[in-house]
Design a protein around this ligand. Sequence first.
Ligand SMILES: Cc1ncc(COP(=O)(O)O)c(C=O)c1O
Length: 396
Amino acid sequence: MSRVSASPTLKVLLEAEKLRRQGVDVVDFGAGEPDFPTPEHAKAEAVRAIDENFTKYTPAAGITELKQAIAARYRADYGVAFADSEIIATAGGKQALYNVAMVLYERGDEVITHAPYWPTIVEQIKLADATPVVVHTRAEEGFTVHPEAIIEAITPRTKAIVINSPCNPTGAVSSEEQIAAIVDAAARRGIWIVLDLCYEKLIYDPVPHNLPKLLTDRMRDRTILACSASKTYSMTGWRCGWTIAPPAVIAACNALQSHSTSNVASISQRAALAALTGPQEPVRTMLDEYRKRRDSLHAWLTADPRIECTKPAGAFYLFPRITRLLSPGGIRTSAEFAQALLDDVRVAVTAGEGFDAPGYLRISYATSMERLREGADRLMNFVRRLEQTGKAVTAS
Ligand SMILES: Cc1ncc(COP(=O)(O)O)c(C=O)c1O
């Protein structure tokens, strides 16, 4: 445990929440979760589950109906068929990845992933006593994964490569060509690919991104998909995700889960089932709204050339570089910047340090347009004040 750190993204939330409880008006750009309500039909199904006393243990891997609904969704969306034995319902995408880390990685293994990363990916590798090997993506390439860089990091000890697309914190959507090159290299060497698809439905343009098919066509026996209802259906608190993997991996995850958390809450399973099988309109509505917010916030912030930010292709985060606002005599790091922003103008953002990307900020736009406008104004005022007090260079 001494090698593992607590989630920095949750820390920001906690601090902002503490201030809010004291009555302070905080604009929260720290949230890693949708601000929309869970779709009505999912909520109604949960109420029905309670009324029907569907409130007991279920099989640890989840009810058959849910596994079949997951399979049907992926068949419809990606044209890939999965059997019940290839699916386990988990307490969110986090446990979907955690189980895999525990059953697959061990001491001596190297597991490659890409930064800026969602910190849990790396901490879980460490929890399994394996060694994370981090390959940095570049802002100039929109933070997409560069196959050559990943392939170069492969050694005889490489057990798996974890890819997250769309990516938290950058919003990057790597191309099918990029992923295919990595998958082909992994297939030749017997390396597992773990794909974190938590934001799979949050892609703004109709770019080809059928990663489940791409992977299963190439190396089904070493493909693992870690997925979640959290962001797609605005169900973060229900804790329902799923792992799709070869039956032996699922059996191992089931054994682990049966001795740890056991089944996802029965009521949540019914809600997720309804979300997956019911109308998908809410998903499109949320995506359309996120797109508007992304475009507006991006325009407001990048009006200042010192805030450098490519427009993300997916997820709901902007990930600007703010190094031109930092100086040895003023605010020196993005962590200091985030703290000063919260202290001075009550805007909560997550500093890039937590994602192995110092010099950047993660700004979540999973909040209303009105709050985005307010937060952007406050941030710009903060920057102007830095400039006036000589703590930041002028924009020109
Ligand atoms: C990249 C990524 N993967 C997985 C998850 C897991 O989310 P959950 O456990 O709520 O499904 C998150 C949540 O923030 C995430 O950002």
